[in-house]
Design a protein around this ligand. Structure first.
Ligand code: ADP
Ligand code: MG
Length: 321
């Protein structure tokens, strides 16, 4: 099977590649064309996933397709953008029809869940890696950036933390657990649910937002820096799931929550007057701290003592001391 047959059979044929709102021209030409309503801005984000770095060399292609798109769509959620389209640049070491079929099905599943249309890409030979670029739309001036946090805002998250890190130990076979514990955690890892609706609900309310991909403290550090404030995280208030607490003891679960990555839950700063309205509407919002004067991120215990760990999250190219 050549490159063009492969594109035609697997990608152009996928239900998520059949166009939709905002897509004026999809796969097949030199460029796709997107049409945004007047007054909206285009939100764009690219993520690369490399075999052996971001996912195990041997893994289920359906789950990989699903996860790859979820991780990218999470960036749209973090900006408060409405999903429109995505492109896929795929590097494959060989053409394996079964693998491609399952991968495309997983990708398609998540694309349908997120209302994202596949509008183009590139297909090359080499060590397995995927680059996805997602496009979203947001009313001009209303995107949730990292730079608007103000002293006095609450620091909130959109759900339980640490499940991604807990699951990773299962994915890598470093730990085993009974199905009632392993299954929900593995589902969180392989099929993260990008918080797209929450992100859009936070427009005009949250002062800063991002999605937690590298670990809570590391990512909150980005808000602190961009906004010129200090973020204080209260250890006791970290939301931890039941399965995580069954997999790990409390100190390890909390460590996973503050330093583990892969949660794809939104973290945002919120003026206190908006909290009740969001909770009333049923959004899974948890207050975990506050925005203070100063710089950086602090983790504090129940007595307000600073217990910030020295290692905060994952960074490529950084050599651990
Ligand atoms: P070009 O040579 O003009 O860059 P290609 O030959 O790489 O175009 O691709 C042909 C068409 O197929 C383009 O519209 C491109 O966006 C699309 N395409 C290529 N690879 C993929 C893929 N993996 N997924 C979706 N669309 C793809
Ligand atoms: Mg090309």
């Amino acid at each position: 099977m050549g490159e063009f047959e492969l594109i035609r059979n697997y990608f152009a044929a996928a239900p998520c590649a059949q166009g939709g709102e905002g897509v004026a021209l999809g796969i097949g030409d030199d460029c796709a064309l997107l049409a945004l309503p007047p007054g909206e801005q285009l939100a764009i984000s690219t993520d690369t996933l490399v075999a052996g770095v971001h996912f195990p060399d041997v893994c289920d292609p359906f789950l990989l397709g699903q996860r790859a798109l979820a991780v990218s769509a999470s960036d749209l959620a973090a900006m408060g953008a409405r999903p429109v389209a995505f492109t896929l640049a795929l590097t494959l070491s060989q053409v394996d029809a079964e693998w491609l079929k399952a991968f495309t099905q997983g990708l398609n599943r998540m694309a349908q869940e997120c209302s994202l249309r596949l509008v183009g890409g590139d297909t090359t030979r080499g060590p397995l890696s995927l680059t996805l670029t997602v496009f979203g739309a947001v009313p001009a001036g209303q995107a949730l950036t990292r730079s608007g946090a103000r002293e006095g805002d609450l620091l909130c998250v959109g759900g339980a933390l640490g499940d991604g890190a807990g699951a990773l130990s299962l994915v890598l076979n470093q730990r085993i657990a009974e199905p009632s514990v392993a299954e929900p955690l593995l589902a969180r890892y392989w099929s993260p649910q990008p918080q797209l609706a929450l992100g859009q609900a936070l427009r005009g309310k949250a002062t800063a937002a991002l999605d937690i991909s590298d670990g809570l403290l590391a990512d909150c550090g980005h808000i602190a820096q961009a906004s010129g404030v200090r973020l204080v995280v209260e250890h006791e208030r970290l939301p931890l799931s039941e399965p995580l607490l069954k997999l790990l003891d409390l100190p390890s679960a909390r460590q996973a929550a503050v330093s583990g990555g892969d949660d794809y839950v939104l973290a945002f700063t919120l003026p206190p007057e908006h909290l009740a309205g969001l909770l009333d509407t049923g959004w899974p919002v948890q207050v975990i701290g506050r925005v203070a004067h100063g710089s950086g991120v602090a983790l504090v215990d129940a007595d307000g003592q600073d217990i910030t760990p020295s290692s905060r999250g994952y960074q490529h190219f950084r050599s651990e001391p």
